[in-house]
Design a protein around this ligand. Structure first.
Ligand code: HEM
Length: 511
């Protein structure tokens, strides 16, 4: 009898528990449903590719040739189309200059549906911050990219590039193609750490290399999380294998940045070092962060400091790695332009053996080729916003506040309405006459408007010095048996590396 009573009560309890779970589930689900309805309604004047009832477009954008897929959609639906990751996160994917101008000339916030995924990794640094705090940090850090700070970096770019090129001399002797991407990545991390984080002359150590690997994992995992709607939920993600992998990689990245901060703080305890820094006319990025105090004398909190170091450490090397690697691939594909760039830098250099600041402004053909490679292979292929107020587009369509926008830089740069024969590598697109007649938002490798890239001048200088040195030392050609497969992972990478044949032009001398 007692047993029967107990089982009756247990079965009641089971019913109650299931009921409670259903009600809680519904309460959690309702806002998602309402949000979906709002987003669908907002985008009803934008036709787009058919959506899967569960995945939206997520399956298609996860496939190997996802960028080709997006291009085929962009050619089918002028200006913009809805892009759904699952059923609850729907962006208006835009790739038209007027559309880009309507959104990116204003300072709308970053879309939290994407940028919140960065938080466990880079915290609330400049990339993710919003409002007055973003403004305060941007104002604070801008002097770290002043022209006088950037000038001496030409020497740093040169020495890091030479270390990489010496390694390539050895690899080239084997007469086999090799993947250049990770060597470029190590070189870019080395220069960044020397320029902005005060690292000494030694090359990358074990910790730096682990950091480099952790960043490739993090960018791959972040992209996967954006595209897989089940992973949008923090709870599910943290329980998943990929979520655990993500947190582990964050830990490796944080150990690296903590060490960089610790070493610099220790150096500041040394009076001589402190004097050296105080005597500098312009402080570097980490000096600024460590020395900064607001009007009330409060220093940047440890969390803010770490977030900025993590942000710049990532943004400052992964983007330039992509830019330099794809540029060399473009040169390998286009020997006539490669030859012309090489002739230009040889002429600028004359009988000197290193570049000076003034030389950078004279590299006009090389700069046009760099821009053309940014057009075809933008290092940051996609960026996202959430509208803080309604926007009206030039064709009369509009979106309400709260809508999500994805600016597809890759598709914008291949939009045939702006770029005739978009697949053709033609640096003359960036001659002054041709630029003058073009929409100012047709070319946005560094984004545009108030949230543009703070490091663009640094990046362009590094691109010029490093690529000029590469072209002086080697002739590059494509390995047709191992063509790169483009894949967006926050930055543009290649799934199978970028394999090039290198022929040394060097008969002994360093340049
Ligand atoms: C070829 C190299 C580079 C490219 C193509 C590039 C591109 C971009 C793009 C497209 C954005 C906008 C991101 C968004 O809206 O989500 C951005 C922002 C940013 N970039 Fe770069 N970047 C490059 C190099 C660098 C370097 C060298 C640094 C630092 C040393 C840097 C630091 C940043 C930071 C901190 C932001 C956020 C700025 C803000 O929101 O105020 N970038 N970059």
């Amino acid at each position: 009898m007692a047993l029967g009573f107990l089982s009756l009560n247990l079965s009641h309890l089971g019913w109650w528990a299931s009921g409670l779970i259903l009600v809680l589930g519904f309460i959690k689900f309702l806002p998602l449903l309402l949000r979906r309805q709002k987003l669908v309604k907002a985008m009803d004047s934008f036709p787009g590719p058919p959506t899967h009832w569960l995945y939206g477009h997520a399956h298609e954008v996860q496939q190997m040739k996802s960028l080709d897929k997006v291009m085929s959609w962009a050619n089918q639906f002028p200006c913009a189309h809805p892009l759904w990751f699952g059923q609850f996160v729907g962006f208006l994917n835009i790739y038209d200059p007027d559309y880009a101008k309507a959104v990116y000339s204003r300072g709308d916030p970053k879309a939290p549906d994407v940028y919140d995924f960065f938080l466990p990794w880079i915290g609330k640094g400049l990339l993710v911050l919003e409002g007055p705090k973003w403004y305060q940090h941007r104002k604070l850090l801008t002097p770290g990219f002043h022209y006088d700070v950037l000038k001496p970096y030409v020497g740093v770019f040169t020495s890091s590039a030479h270390a990489m090129l010496d390694k390539w001399e050895e690899k080239a002797r084997k007469n086999k193609s090799f993947d250049i991407f990770s060597d470029v990545g190590h070189m870019a991390l080395d220069t960044l750490m020397k320029c902005t984080f005060g690292k000494g002359d030694s090359g990358l150590g074990h910790r730096d290399r682990s950091y480099y690997l952790a960043i490739s994992d993090l960018t791959m995992l972040m992209q996967q999380r954006i595209e897989q709607f089940l992973y949008h939920n923090d709870f599910i993600y943290r329980l998943s294998r990929h979520g655990r992998q993500f947190l582990k990689a964050c830990q490796v990245a944080h150990e690296h940045t903590d060490q960089v901060i610790k070493e610099r703080k220790a150096a500041l305890q040394n009076e001589k070092e402190r004097e050296k820094i105080q005597n500098r006319r312009h402080l570097d990025f980490l000096d600024i962060l460590l020395g900064v105090q607001d009007e009330n004398g409060t220093k940047l909190s440890d969390a803010d400091l770490r977030a900025e170091v993590d942000t710049f450490m990532f943004e400052g090397h992964d983007t330039t790695t992509s830019g330099i690697s794809w540029f060399l691939y473009c040169m390998a594909q286009n020997p006539e332009h490669q030859h012309r760039c090489r002739e230009e830098v040889r002429e600028i250099l004359g009988d000197r053996d290193s570049f000076q600041w003034d030389d950078l402004g004279k590299m006009t053909y090389l700069t046009m080729c760099i821009k053309e490679s940014f057009r075809l292979f933008p290092p940051v292929p996609q960026v996202y916003r959430q509208l803080s107020k309604p926007v009206n587009f030039v064709d009369g369509r509009s979106l309400p506040a709260g809508s999500l926008i994805s600016l597809h830089i890759y598709a914008l740069h291949r939009n045939s309405a702006v770029w005739p024969d978009p697949e053709v590598f033609d640096p003359l697109r960036f001659s002054p006459e041709n630029v003058a007649g073009r929409h100012p938002f047709a070319f946005m490798p560094f984004s545009a408007g108030p949230r543009n890239c703070i490091g663009q001048q640094f990046a362009m200088n590094e691109m010029k010095v490093v690529t000029a040195l590469c072209l002086l030392r080697f002739e590059f050609s494509v390995d047709h048996s191992r063509l790169p497969i483009k894949i967006p992972q926050l930055v543009l990478r290649s799934m199978n590396g970028i394999h090039l044949h290198l022929k040394s032009l060097n008969s002994g001398s360093q340049l």
